[in-house]
Write a protein that binds this ligand. Structure first.
Ligand code: 3H9
Length: 697
């Protein structure tokens, strides 16, 4: 008998309790245990079977770690069908998250009960597959096409009440899953209720599935699984049950073989691994109740909003009462958005804006905060002044953090008498929306300060990535390289619009020039001016058209004009007619004859420059592992999740091919295309970035 499924008789009811922490994933032992449990119940005279999960949840799905390996019998669809075929009444009692194969086990059962806090769903498309154990065949028979289509193609989790209303659940009751399951099974036996296999229910009438397929494909922006899942629902409506099951299995296996499945599962595990760091293993974070924020512009107000929403008290410091009032207005606006979306109540809104938030113009009011985040103008001298003042007023042990996006945190720390308490906490704008937080660890930062940075990120619901100190840390350093690559392609003949289209087709939410317009062209302008002042390498290519756009007062969306003209609204994106002549001027001045670029070449160059810089970032230890880069790009830079991140993408494309491209392009521009030593090493050793991830875990 399987170790993970415990069998017990309670009167006429055979109880199968699954005990496979942490989430009762349906691995081999669980599958075999369920089949054995049903067989034993049938043989020892039970009249009903109760299936439930011990620990925090009912089955959260198939064991994703088994994906990509040869499947081992009994397969999950057969387990569900075996449960359904039993001559005993089978009840599943749900708590926690009954997801994917977990919900499919419940759908294979004849009745379903859940505790009120339970959530159900078929999230397979979120990891690049589709329900493969009867979900697309049974759910439409139970709740119809519309509900199934929504649940299966979105992958969203459905609360118990909604699931009851939809007809997925038969009953919701308070208690432990065991108690409510036993009571319900007994109630069914007492009432003489019969078996109720969903396979015997009528399938809904077919609709125009080709149109549905196309609509879902368009909505999924390049991701295949949701549209392919529509074909599964179609099979439920058009084929007899067993043939529908076969069709579902074929579609499932088709998706299992895709790069998108690999990319999405990589992303799933990468975001769960990124916070696991040897340096903070077992280290307790410092107390974190009161936060100070210096500077109430868009960034500071976003950070304060996020902190307030996570339950921290915030003291916001601004230079003047007027600026403080403006900062409060921004925070109120942000929180107003949360109120409007139903995320907080009116009372909570009042509490956060009037009690948890205080405004000040005096550094003395920061004496009691546990952690203070500076979000002032991106200028080293200004930052040093702020940190000197903070060092003077903050209590011993308080953490002093900078939200700088490029500047050297070691240099900032050096102006204080407590460099061990100084850290970089780089949020992404708008900080109350964007999920990424770079935790920048300086030379002298203490481990419990790092742990506190991660604890703050968790409290705020962020995905935190550890970064070392360098110009731009992980994300902005890599961004600066691939933007430079795009700028070079423009000098050589591509247009910003062609580049945006090519990368949006690749799957980026927005192309780099549309992003630049959104972020504000003045930001890149300031960085270019700083870098030129520091002295550019004479071998580096440079251009001036982007500066000229700024000199004309066009900073992108906020001024209504940038690479695009936004006079018809922020989404209108009509090319600004002044841009191409400015580019042509640059080309003429540099004696460049423009050439054609295909979309394929644009993507190859752009991606190669990104991966190459990322390999340098990993090789230098700025990012701990390739997966840290992947998570950074996925959460901060709109990288398509179904491609897993740039390093995972590179592994799938092939590192030798990528290196060969870089070496070829280096013949024309040896300064820009310097291959990363780590990339050369991996190619020489026949290894991948993912091998490095595995070695580090
Ligand atoms: C499927 O079912 C296909 C079928 O239709 C057909 C098959 C033929 N497998 O997220 P957490 C691990 S596809 C293996 O931190 P939470 C996770 O890595 C599957 N491991 O906790 C982590 O490990 P570690 C459909 C899994 O409370 C630990 O559990 N189901 C799986 O924030 C805790 O996870 C899904 O896609 C898994 N299925 O969230 C559900 N799930 O401690 C995917 C989790 O070593 N899972 N782990 O880092 C989730 O959405 C969330 O994990 C869940 C819990 C909501 C369950």
């Amino acid at each position: 008998m399987s170790q993970v499924i415990q069998y017990e008789r309670v009167g006429d009811i055979a109880v199968l309790a699954s005990n496979n922490p942490p989430v009762n994933a349906l691995g081999y032992d669980v599958r075999i245990g369920l089949v054995e449990g049903i067989e034993r119940a049938e043989q020892d005279g039970a009249k009903a079977v109760l299936i439930y999960g011990e620990g925090r949840t009912f089955f959260a799905g198939a064991d994703i770690r088994e994906f990509g390996k040869p499947p081992k019998e009994p397969f999950l669809p057969d387990v569900c069908s075996r449960i359904e075929a039993s001559h005993l009444i089978v009840v599943s009692s749900l708590h926690g998250t009954a997801l994917g194969g977990g919900l499919e086990i419940a759908l294979g059962s004849h009745y379903r009960i859940a505790v009120p806090s339970a959530r159900v769903g078929l999230p397979e498309v979120l990891i690049g597959v589709m329900p493969g154990a009867g979900g697309t065949q049974r759910l439409p028979r139970l709740i119809g096409i519309d509900g199934s289509l929504d649940i299966i193609t979105s992958g969203r989790q459905v609360g118990a009440k909604e699931a009851l209303d939809l007809g997925i659940l038969d009953k919701v009751a308070e208690g432990t899953p065991r108690e409510i399951g036993l009571a319900y099974a007994q109630e069914l036996l007492d009432s003489g209720a019969g078996r109720r296999p969903i396979r015997d229910m009528d399938a809904p009438a077919a609709v125009d599935f080709d149109a549905l397929y196309e609509a879902v494909l368009k909505k999924s922006r390049g991701q295949l699984a949701p549209a392919v899942a529509v074909r599964g629902i179609q099979a439920a409506c058009e084929l007899p049950f067993d043939k529908g099951m076969k069709r579902e299995r074929d579609l499932f296996m088709e998706l299992m073989a895709t790069d998108q499945r690999q990319g999405l599962i990589h992303a799933f595990f990468a975001e769960r691994t990124v916070g696991k760091l040897p340096e903070i293993d077992g280290i307790a974070p410092r107390d974190l109740n009161a936060l100070g924020v210096i500077g109430g512009g868009t960034m500071g107000a976003g950070i304060a909003t996020s902190a307030l929403l996570s339950g921290l008290n915030v003291t916001m410091l601004e230079m003047t009462p007027e600026a403080a009032a403006a900062a409060k207005g921004r925070i109120q606006k942000n929180l107003g958005g949360a109120l409007k979306r139903g995320k907080i109540s009116q009372d909570k809104y009042e509490d956060l804006t009037e009690k948890a938030l205080s405004l000040t113009t005096s550094y003395d009011d920061l004496g009691d905060v546990d952690l203070v985040i500076e979000a002032v103008f991106e200028d080293m001298d200004v930052k040093k002044t702020v940190f000197t003042q903070l060092d003077a007023v903050c209590k011993p042990g308080a953490i002093l953090a900078s939200n700088t996006s490029y500047l050297n945190v070691d240099e900032i720390a050096a102006v204080t008498k407590r460099p061990q308490d100084v850290i970089g906490l780089h949020f992404f704008s708008p900080a109350h929306v964007m999920k990424l937080l770079e935790v920048v660890v300086a030379d002298k930062t203490a481990p419990d300060v790092v742990a506190t940075g991660f604890a703050l990120g968790k409290k705020m619901g962020k995905v935190s990535v550890r970064a070392g100190v360098c110009d731009g840390f992980i994300g902005n350093r890599i961004l600066s390289t691939y933007r430079t690559c795009a700028d070079h392609m423009i000098l050589d003949g591509a247009s910003p619009y062609q580049i945006d289209v090519a990368l949006e087709k690749f799957g980026f939410a927005m192309g780099p020039y549309a992003v630049a317009d959104l972020a504000g062209l003045d930001i890149g302008w300031a960085v270019r001016k700083r870098k030129r002042a520091e002295g550019l390498d004479p071998a580096a290519r440079d251009s001036t058209y982007a500066d000229k756009i700024c000199e004309d007062g066009h900073f992108g969306q906020k001024t209504g004009m940038g690479y695009y003209d936004y006079s018809a609204g922020p989404k209108s994106r009509v090319p600004n007619p002044q841009v191409i002549p400015l580019i042509e001027g640059d080309r003429d001045a540099q004696g460049i004859s423009p050439r054609e670029f295909t979309e394929d070449e644009i993507v190859r160059r752009y991606m190669a420059s990104m991966v190459n810089e990322a390999a340098k970032v990993v090789g230098e230890g700025i990012a701990l592992r390739p997966l840290d880069v992947d998570v950074t790009l996925l959460y901060g830079y709109g990288f398509p999740r179904y491609r897993g991140g740039p390093m995972k993408w590179a592994d799938m494309v092939g590192l030798p091919e990528l290196l060969a491209d870089i070496q070829k392009w280096a013949k024309d521009d040896p300064y820009f295309w310097q291959a990363a030593p780590l990339l050369e090493q991996l190619v020489a050793e026949g290894r991948t970035f993912d091998d490095l991830n595995k070695e580090a875990s």
